[in-house]
Design a protein around this ligand. Structure first.
Ligand code: AHM
Ligand code: MG
Length: 336
């Protein structure tokens, strides 16, 4: 272990000094998000001992039954962020509409979006889950704040990241200058920089997709996976390995660590929905992180970060990870 430990705070302060691209309000925002992730991590760690496992009695706007931890994580993020004066409003997978910072607090210029607890189906089975977040700036000159202010393409994000609660708790961040990873030191209670300039290899032999949906896929996705499955005897001339954690945070963390491709494509189960995953607080932050690490992210037709959202909880087809593989799947879609 290196003797020079760089805390999350120090990293942000140094970034602010060197490039000047982390304004102080944004730095405060990121520190508050990191602190909230520490609290969520503690709740996750306690599990049954903290009485946090199991289902709540409510459904979210997507019609999914909420887990207790979904609600706890959502509340932790809101309470941590509402009073600091850095935010105008927040939006979450677990809330139907935006949460405007109450009048009793000063209003800032940033907008925070999050999936408070991604991978909800893994909470009760002690498998890695996480928090995903995306930060936008309120458009100049708009009075008050409305849902319309959030509807910006992912390319306008000013910060994005996630925190994965696994064997280690790891916070991963981009502010548009590469990707950095911080591991939670539980004794010290602080995130410590453990990797900078994260790079995803352009090629891979590992793919991630929920294979049980195969019969519902579109032809280009089927073609790509069939070619992977054909291994050394097939057109790719090499064997592939498959992984599916069913927590996007954990699957993306693996890809940032050693490469791979992740797909949650449109499929025929619900043909009117563009996909399962949500554009603004799942696909956009993950796509920016992946691009910042040299990878690519598309919906099969276009770059995810270029998609103009029409509504807060919009869904999207997601193909992201090692650049050459993502380009291959995207080409198959264009050819089809
Ligand atoms: P969630 O935000 O309700 O947890 O849903 C998103 C999750 C992703 O983390 C994961 O990639 C996907 O849903 C798994 O879906 P499936 O259960 O269909 O494999
Ligand atoms: Mg999610």
């Amino acid at each position: 272990m290196s003797t020079k430990r760089i805390s999350f705070t120090r990293y942000l302060v140094e970034q602010q000094r060197v490039d000047g691209h982390i304004p102080s309000q944004l730095r405060l925002l990121l520190e508050v998000v990191a602190r909230a992730c520490k609290s969520i991590s503690q709740a996750v760690n306690k599990g049954d001992l903290g009485g946090v496992l199991g289902a709540a009695t409510t459904e979210n706007v997507q019609g999914e039954v909420q887990k207790k931890l979904d609600i706890i994580a959502n509340e932790v993020l809101i309470e941590a962020n509402e009073w600091g004066g850095h935010l105008a409003a927040m939006a979450s997978e677990e809330m139907d509409s935006i949460y405007v910072v109450p009048n009793r607090y000063p209003q800032g210029e940033y907008l925070l979006l999050f999936d408070p607890l991604d991978g909800s189906s893994n909470i009760d089975v002690n498998v890695s889950i996480g928090t995903i977040f995306s930060v936008l700036k309120k458009p100049d000159g708009s009075a008050g704040v409305s849902e319309q202010d959030f509807l910006q393409a992912g390319a306008h994000q000013v910060a994005a990241g996630y925190c994965v609660y696994g064997p280690q708790t790891t916070l991963v961040l981009t502010v548009g200058d590469g990707v950095a990873m911080f591991t939670l030191d539980r004794e010290q209670g602080s995130f410590v920089l453990t990797q900078e300039n994260v790079q995803i290899p352009a090629d891979t032999k590992e793919f991630a997709i929920n294979m049980s949906n195969m019969r519902h896929w579109d032809a280009p996705v089927k073609r790509y996976v069939d070619e992977c499955l054909a291994g050394t005897e097939g057109p790719r001339g090499k064997d592939f390995n498959m992984r599916w954690i069913a927590s996007m945070v954990a699957d993306v963390h693996r890809i940032l660590t050693r490469g791979g491709i992740f797909m949650y494509p449109w499929d025929k189960r619900e043909p009117n929905k563009p996909g399962k995953l949500r554009l603004m607080y799942e696909a956009n932050p993950m796509s920016w992180l992946v691009e910042q690490a040299g990878g690519a992210a598309t919906n099969g037709r276009e770059r995810i970060l270029d998609i103009q959202p029409g509504k807060l909880h919009e869904r999207v087809s997601v193909i992201l990870g090692s650049k050459n593989e993502v380009e291959r799947v995207t080409t198959y879609h264009r050819e089809a």
